[in-house]
Design a protein. Structure first.
Length: 73
């Protein structure tokens, strides 16, 4: 697998996790897993600082959205 293929696969896996169903009891664990995945991809050189920042923003926004959804229900 080339570096580009690995990056594409890891990002696809990360987005699948981001878009997946979250059970309210595991909301914080889900968010931490998203953040950990970002940190690992950055450490491994698959993404740069800007890409990591953008992914963190997506993870944080999704986490906030999930919290708001729980509060509204």
């Amino acid at each position: 697998m080339t570096r580009i293929d690995e990056k594409s696969q890891r990002l696809a896996d990360w987005h699948t996790l981001l878009d997946g169903t979250v059970v309210d009891k595991s909301l914080d664990a889900w968010h931490l897993e998203l953040r950990h995945g970002i940190d690992m991809m950055k450490t491994e050189g698959l993404i740069d600082v800007e890409e990591a920042r953008e992914l963190r923003e997506l993870a944080d926004a999704a986490h906030s959205h999930q919290i708001e959804s729980l509060l509204d229900s």
